[in-house]
Design a protein around this ligand. Structure first.
Ligand code: URA
Ligand code: SF4
Length: 226
């Protein structure tokens, strides 16, 4: 069967064990052209988890999430919002870089629904081992992975939402929440907040305004921490 599920060892209790196993994932075709799996990083007891789209060119080479231009902007926005960077865990909805080669350049391609679905078991497995108070969904791809295909970031950004039970099932949004190891993934205290992706700030006509919007949304998350 396609998808990441069969690459997740049921006995992997920690994020480090998951990360190690993710290096061998062949759950979709993206592993073939990318350099390496880029798994989530950060404090395992993080109060805030940020979910992006997929690694970019730089992340693919370094093996770390959010270390390129979008990552730099995101880290600045996190700081400006008053969130403690030491209390954050950063990950992506899709763990391999999807790109198209044009000449000597590798051009980012948005992951398809198929890649999001295939990679979703890793994200669900991460959440089963984390215990955040707030989950920040960055952009449409992460929103599709956690909130389903009908959620619109532009309409509901900046709102604190209850953690959707459907976000916890590895494959099927309509099923009871269990993680990829068959455990009930229990994160009922977590609330969720969607905002734009830092790359959208870099592409915006009015970058200052877009950046301000991102910081405003992240400030809502910061204030929601007890
Ligand atoms: N964009 C993302 O969504 N994630 C990264 O890790 C880098 C850029
Ligand atoms: Fe596995 Fe996700 Fe990479 Fe596809 S993108 S090979 S599902 S880790």
């Amino acid at each position: 069967a396609p998808g990441a599920q069969r690459f997740i060892p049921p006995g992997a209790d920690t994020i480090d064990e998951l990360r190690a196993a993710s290096g061998g994932c062949q759950g979709c075709e993206l592993y073939r052209d990318a350099t390496q799996t880029v798994f989530g990083r950060g404090d395992e007891s993080a109060r805030v988890v940020l979910v992006g789209e997929q690694p970019g060119d730089m992340e693919d080479q370094k093996g770390l999430p959010f270390v390129g231009p979008a990552g730099r902007l995101l880290r600045k926005a996190v700081d400006d919002a008053g969130l403690d960077p030491a209390q954050i865990y950063l990950t992506n909805a899709v763990k391999h870089f999807r790109f198209e080669v044009r000449g000597k350049r590798r051009i980012h391609q948005t992951p398809d629904r198929m890649h999001i679905t295939a990679c979703r078991p890793w994200l669900v497995a991460e959440f089963a081992r984390l215990d955040p108070e707030i989950v920040v969904v960055l952009g449409a791809t992460a929103a599709k992975a956690l909130l389903g295909p009908t959620f619109r970031v532009t309409k509901q950004r900046g709102e604190l939402l209850p953690w959707p039970a459907s976000a916890q099932h590895p494959e099927d949004f309509t099923q009871v929440p269990v993680d990829s190891a068959g455990r009930v993934a229990d994160a009922p205290q977590a609330r969720l907040l969607a905002t734009i992706h830092p790359s959208a700030v870099l592409r915006a006509d009015d970058q200052d305004k877009a950046y301000e919007g991102l910081v405003t949304d992240l400030t809502v998350a910061a204030r929601a921490l007890a």
